[in-house]
Design a protein around this ligand. Sequence first.
Ligand SMILES: O=C(O)CCC(=O)C(=O)O
Ligand SMILES: [Fe+2]
Length: 152
Amino acid sequence: MVNMNFYPTCPNPELTVGVGRHSDMGALTVLLQDGIGGLFVKSEDGDDAGKWMEIPPVPAALVINVGDTLQILSNGRYRSAEHRVRTTNTQARVSIPIFTLPKPTEKIGPLPEAVEKDGVALYKEIVFQDYMNNFFGNVHDGKKSLDFARIN
Ligand SMILES: O=C(O)CCC(=O)C(=O)O
Ligand SMILES: [Fe+2]
């Protein structure tokens, strides 16, 4: 699925959310952003854990995001990237993400090889349509979308 995102200039960016913090649903996202900047990713590890880092636009470069589907399939080995977008009061912004998504009818769960290695499945098998319904049925709240598939 291809999206085309347009972020108009915003008189008060501090009070506005461009795109709220979330992780993408699919396996991988291939993202083309223009030269304005404003995409931030939350670091999960090391000294920077919990900090938001800007992903500066690099001419002719694509950003590749790991999404929730890959986190589930890999039983947590690959972790989806929590990200958000900030607007500015001077320049409009455009981005074009391509989401690689399972078919809505497809069942998604941790791959057996990963579960065998880990000795435990961290996620249950879900029908992707149900995952999407939950994703779009709730306000973006970081990586909360993954709770839908998580085994407690
Ligand atoms: O505009 C961007 O750089 C990212 C947009 C985004 O996160 C999304 O469409 O899922
Ligand atoms: Fe996204």
